[in-house]
Write a protein that binds this ligand. Structure first.
Ligand SMILES: [Zn+2]
Length: 76
């Protein structure tokens, strides 16, 4: 777990922290190289509300270990 994730869990009320974790797990990044799908939470990030769909972010793929610009999408 990343530092920011630890901070959220220790500083925020349990309900809000759980909501943020759940939301971060619904935001997923698809690797254009190997098609591996990983959630924002899995890569140590946090994403909660107020963010737009389709934003591209430079992320290191957990599967092929390469850096790629990945489209971020929200899975309901
Ligand atoms: Zn990959």
């Amino acid at each position: 777990m990343s530092l920011i994730q630890n901070l959220i869990r220790s500083l925020l009320p349990a309900k809000l922290a759980a909501d943020m974790e759940a939301d971060s797990k619904r935001w997923v990044l698809t690797c254009p190289n190997c098609n591996h799908v990983q959630s924002v939470w899995e890569i140590g990030g946090v994403r909660y509300k107020a963010f737009s769909k389709g934003k591209r972010t430079g992320i290191r793929c957990l599967n092929c270990k390469q850096w790629h610009m990945m489209p971020m999408t929200y899975q309901k």
